[in-house]
Design a binder for this molecule. Sequence first.
Ligand SMILES: Nc1nc2c(ncn2[C@@H]2O[C@H](COP(=O)(O)OP(=O)(O)OP(=O)(O)O)[C@@H](O)[C@H]2O)c(=O)[nH]1
Ligand SMILES: [Mg+2]
Length: 322
Amino acid sequence: MEFEKIPTVPTADEVLDRCFRRAAAKMKLKANKDRANQDFVRAVSHSIHDRLVHVIQTFPEFETLPPFYRETVDILYGIPRLKKALGAVGWAARWSRLHGPDLIYETRKGGDPLAARKKAVARLASVVHQIDSELRFLNEVRNVVRKLPHVEDIFTVVIAGYPNVGKSSFIRLVSTADPEVASYPFTTKGVIVGHRVDGRKRMQFIDTPGVLDRLPEERNPIERQAMAAITNIADVILFILDPSEHCGFPLEDQMKLYEEIAGTIDVPVVAVANKSDIKSLEGYPSMSTGQNSGVDEVLLTLMEYWREPGPVEEPVTYPVTY
Ligand SMILES: Nc1nc2c(ncn2[C@@H]2O[C@H](COP(=O)(O)OP(=O)(O)OP(=O)(O)O)[C@@H](O)[C@H]2O)c(=O)[nH]1
Ligand SMILES: [Mg+2]
């Protein structure tokens, strides 16, 4: 995913330091000292524009992101909020480019060229400082989204279910993923990807945080991330039930969630009862991820849905329009 490539977003002071340094370096090369002040202002205004446009262009365009990533970013930060931040950076870039020539003119006609230059540079600096909080916000987003899991367009099994039923224990047994397993709910807080190769068949397993049977608008951001994976990236869903109820949740509630997912998602949903070392469930295949029994049979059932990998899509980045 192109998120990994987003470079650090500079603060306002970092943008300005760099632009001043560049402008000063350019000035050293100029022979004509009369024009030095206006050239300095021009160089600063151009440099600010280019640096800010570069910041915008390093972010992917959210509208064209694959749905799973778009929804995940929206859950974590809100896409309107992100667009507002990128819009503010665009405004400052535009301001710098449009008003740069006026400031240069004032520098030229002013009686005291050095004072005029200082005033012009202070105005440019104050525009960049106005978007400092937006730049910092974008950097925070960058630091989080670059760590989102890399989901490929290959055969994908998404593991779903109530918290604490053994989803992470399952993915640890069958794939490269090594998530934490613990005896309390909501141990897994984000989507985790594991890979598996069977002969020439490559596939990925997605571990998700537990989801409760409640209205979508009542779900917290952790549950909503799980739903984004369940809804958007699965070729098949493995829904794990815990009939022993050692997970801390009644089987009746787990069944309601299973019915909701099976009834609303377009892909096959395979329900399996885990913790068969304690209790099994009539009418459902059972396994024990604790004792590694029945897991191979579950894998065989999932492999009935195997498909060839799809094409790789090219990422789109932000076009900057004026
Ligand atoms: N008895 C028994 N315990 C199990 C089995 N599988 C998992 N457990 C236990 O159940 C607890 C939860 O396991 P996890 O794999 O972390 O469950 P999870 O569904 O990923 O939980 P969340 O990430 O919180 O949603 C742990 O204490 C495991 O040791 C099993 O087959 N039998
Ligand atoms: Mg887990």
